[in-house]
Write a protein of this length. Structure first.
Length: 198
């Protein structure tokens, strides 16, 4: 259990570092560099909510919730790093993300986060099958499409909290993203059926 929790926190920290580089650089370059986070998670075997949701059975949901909590702690640690590296780009990019999440409807959040979940499972699935390009391209795809990723959003919201910019609607947005990511993570298994290698 101790190893599971530490690897859950580590996954959140890695995704948070990816989020930090995206906030600082922005655009296509920042989205590509963010992929370092997911590639490191897969390389280290860290416990990422969106990396495991498409593979664990429904009875493992309590484990996923615990994993997500660990991810959020790791994101908070990364956010503490981020507040000491504030620059104009970071602030502007964070404000754009927060504004998009606050203005989204629940159905919009559910649908768009489902897209992220599907992309994440396919990226991890590719790595399991020794095809690593989906790891590199999957992250920029969901970022540039503006699709929410609940763990990355935990990092953005932690930065907002530490910067005094957090608002309560963001909590609701995060919960919808968690559910949407879970649904999307399971779509490849549903559509592929027996061809999906668990």
């Amino acid at each position: 259990m101790k190893h599971f929790l530490s690897m859950s926190v580590f996954a959140g920290l890695l995704i948070g570092i990816g989020g930090l580089v995206y906030l600082r650089v922005g655009g296509l370059a920042g989205a590509i560099l963010f992929a370092f986070g997911l590639m490191s998670v897969v390389m280290c075997g860290a416990q990422l909510y969106t990396g495991k949701s498409g593979y664990l059975p429904v009875r493992e949901i309590p484990r996923l919730i615990l994993m997500l909590a660990g991810n959020a702690v790791g994101c908070f640690i990364a956010a503490m790093i981020a507040v000491y590296s504030v620059n104009d780009n970071l602030t502007a990019n964070l404000s754009a993300i927060l504004s998009a999440r606050e203005s989204a409807t629940w159905i919009g959040l559910l649908l768009t986060s489902s897209g992220t979940g599907m992309i994440m499972t396919l990226a991890v699935y590719g790595a399991r099958e020794k095809h690593y390009l989906p790891l590199l391209f999957g992250v920029p795809v969901f970022i540039l499409c503006g699709l929410p990723h609940c763990v990355a959003d935990a990092f953005y919201y932690a930065v907002a909290l530490l910067s005094g910019e957090f608002t309560m609607p963001l909590l609701g947005a995060w919960l919808w993203a968690i559910l949407g990511n879970y649904i999307g993570c399971n779509l490849p298994r549903i559509f592929m059926g027996s061809a999906f290698k668990n």
